[in-house]
Each structure stands twice: as structure tokens, then as C-alpha cells.
Design a protein around this ligand. Structure first.
Ligand SMILES: Cc1cc2nc3c(=O)[nH]c(=O)nc-3n(C[C@H](O)[C@H](O)[C@H](O)COP(=O)(O)O)c2cc1C
Length: 333
């Protein structure tokens, strides 16, 4: 039996979503995704869950190669695995299992029971409270041991996290400004941004202006999600003085690497929550090819930058509103 998680038949849906894989697919809905496109769907069979890319949710101007789409699917994949681990389920992950089927990104196969570790439970709890926080972070420094823990989380998934020195942060600032200039003057990018920040009423995706922060002086500019609009999230008094910036990168630049990068990104962001850190991704610096190339130089050509991440401590945690999520029965648009 094959059940699309997006099946609209309530009986089939209930049966599929009540099992551990269905529950994991539900938990994976909380994963971060580029422009909150949630570009995946799950197909559930007996003891097997297939994760598929939904190419109709790709961002053609911003992400012509589908790299960020696959990274987003990778975050959902790891969120699902985290949920299964906390529920005491062992699972095998087969990445891109069918060379003739490029949209089949991963197959999860239940392999038995395991005893969850306390950290598994904390990571699963972190999926329920994690948010992208674009506000400037405080001057309180990120502890060195947290940085080591975040780096280790990326390595465990086969990706790497390079934390930037102050002189390299200056280069990231230049990269972010160049990316912003290149994108905002591109009509196709502006149309895409507008489409995903002004969703039709009742839509359960995209980035609402309630999560956008007005432009304020800060070390590295973040993507402006409300150009010309009034961003509603109060940026506060901080200016990112204690913020640490890192580049998530992979050894190669294939779809498997992008998927692994997404899994690592999920693990890193959930680990940040467990370490009391706020975070937000910055993929604008890898969307413009020449700017991505400049980040490669920051890595001394040793890997392929996927995106940048910022980590810090906020004075007012929990104030960032939740972004919407699709419901399991919804067909893709
Ligand atoms: C691949 C990827 C790229 C992203 N790029 C950016 C970005 O450039 N700027 C930003 O502020 N948020 C970025 N985000 C965060 C998404 O906008 C965010 O995950 C989405 O709106 C859902 O909100 P949430 O993370 O609070 O659940 C990115 C997320 C992913 C997975």
C-alpha cells in the first residue's frame, strides 16, 4: 500500500499519520525551509517513508539549481529522524536511493526499537520551540563550548561549520551587501520575494511580515523580507555585538551533499536551541554565484559553501512568532 501524506482521503490519512513514520512526517513539518516553501512531500508505505522534492515549490530566480530546495528537504529529513529517535525507533536512511528518480531524495526504513537517550528527547523538544530569529543578538558572547558543540553536530552529519574570525566577518558583511544589491535589483527576485511574503489568505506557507525585522545598524545585514513594507518584529536595542557567524559547507557540491547539508543544518539549529542560543540562516550569500565564490575563498577553497548561519543570545527569547505550516492533507500548489 502506498499512501501519500498529502492524500485527502481522511481514513487513509489517519491510518498513515498515526504510525511512527506518520508522526515523524508531522514533526518534520516544523523544519525550516527557504522562504518557508516546505518543498517536500512524504509517501508512507508499510514501515517505509519516502521523502520527495516538490519541484513546484522551487524558487526559480533565487534557486535555479534547486540547491536550497534540497537543503530544505534535508532539514525535514533530519527533523523526522530526530522525532523517530525520541520515540524509540531505529531507522535506516537511504539517500537518493533511485538513480533514475531525482525527486526521490530519501527513503526511511524502520529497523527496530532503541532506548532514547536524554539528548534525543531534548532535540525532539527543540523542534517545537525553534524559530528563525532575525533580530540583532546581544553583546553577550557565545560560549566557546557551544561553538564546539555546534561544529560537532555538523560533522556528525558529514558537513562542516566554519566559525568566522572578526576579520572574516568583515568579508561576510561585504558578501551580504553585494548579494542584497544584486538580488533587490533583479526583477525576478523581487517578484519571488513578494509572492512568498504576500501569500493568499489562509495559505500555510511563506514568510509573513510578522517575522521580518526592520533594517537597523548591525554587523552583517540580514535579508530584508519586507522591502517597502513595514516590518513588524521589534529589533530591540542590540546590534549583533556578540553574534557568531559560521559557514555551513560540504566537501562536494552534489544533490547528496545538499541533502546532507540540510540534515546537518537541522541538527545544528536544534543543538543551538539546546545550548540556549538563538539563530538564523542566511542563504542570500550563496544565491548569487559570484558572492558564493567569494565565500569559497573564505574557506580557502576547501569546500562548497551552502549558507551562513548566525548564532547569539537574545534578551527576549520566545517573542518571535511561529511561521505557518501546511496541513498534511493539503495538495501542493
Ligand atoms: C535553505 C534555507 C535557507 C534560508 N535562508 C534564509 C535567509 O537567507 N534569510 C533568513 O532570514 N532566513 C532564511 N531561512 C529561514 C527561513 O526563512 C525559515 O526557516 C522559514 O521562514 C520558516 O520559519 P522558522 O524557521 O521560524 O520555522 C532559510 C532556511 C532554509 C532552510
Amino acid at each position: 500500500m502506498s499512501v501519500y501524506f498529502t492524500d485527502t482521503d481522511p481514513t487513509m490519512r489517519a491510518r498513515a499519520s498515526s504510525g511512527p513514520l506518520g508522526q515523524a512526517a508531522l514533526a518534520a513539518l516544523r523544519a525550516p525551509s527557504v522562504f518557508n516553501t516546505q518543498p517536500w512531500r512524504w509517501e508512507l508505505h508499510d514501515g517505509v517513508a519516502d521523502l520527495r522534492a516538490e519541484l513546484g515549490r522551487r524558487l526559480p530566480a533565487l534557486d535555479p539549481d534547486s540547491r536550497l530546495l534540497v537543503v530544505s528537504c534535508g532539514t525535514a529529513l533530519n527533523h523526522a529522524v530526530v522525532s523517530l529517535a525520541a520515540g524509540g525507533h531505529a531507522v535506516a536512511v537511504h539517500r537518493l536511493p533511485d538513480p533514475d528518480d531525482a525527486t526521490l531524495l530519501a527513503r526511511l526504513v524502520l529497523t527496530g526499537r532503541r532506548t532514547p537517550e536524554p539528548m534525543d528527547l531534548r532535540m525532539a523538544q527543540a523542534t517545537t520551540v525553534r524559530r528563525t530569529d532575525r533580530r540583532p543578538f546581544s553583546a553577550i558572547p557565545v560560549p566557546e563550548e557551544s561553538i564546539e558543540t555546534l561544529r560537532a553536530a555538523a560533522e556528525r552529519h558529514g558537513a562542516h561549520l566554519q566559525f568566522l574570525r572578526d576579520d572574516q566577518v568583515v568579508e561576510l558583511t561585504v558578501a551580504a551587501s553585494h548579494a542584497s544589491d544584486a538580488e533587490i535589483t533583479d526583477r525576478r527576485y523581487r517578484a519571488e520575494l513578494s509572492a512568498w511574503t504576500h501569500r493568499p489568505p489562509g495559505s500555510a506557507d511563506g514568510v509573513p511580515v510578522t517575522g521580518a525585522v526592520s533594517t537597523v545598524p548591525r554587523r552583517v545585514p540580514v535579508r530584508d523580507f519586507a522591502p517597502g513594507d513595514h516590518a513588524t518584529l521589534d529589533p530591540g536595542e542590540d546590534s549583533d555585538a556578540g553574534t557568531r557567524y559560521a559557514i555551513l559547507f560540504t566537501d562536494a557540491d552534489t544533490p547528496t551533499d545538499w541533502l546532507i547539508a540540510g540534515e546537518a543544518m537541522s541538527a545544528v539549529l536544534l543543538t543551538a536551541v539546546c545550548s540556549g542560543l538563538a539563530s538564523s540562516p542566511m542563504s542570500d550569500v550563496t544565491e548569487v554565484p559570484s558572492v558564493r565564490q567569494s565565500l569559497r575563498q573564505l574557506l580557502s577553497g576547501l569546500g562548497w559553501p551552502v549558507l551562513a548561519l548566525r548564532f547569539g543570545i537574545v534578551h527576549r527569547p520566545g517573542e518571535v512568532p511561529r511561521t505557518p505550516r501546511r496541513t498534511p492533507g493539503e495538495e501542493s500548489s
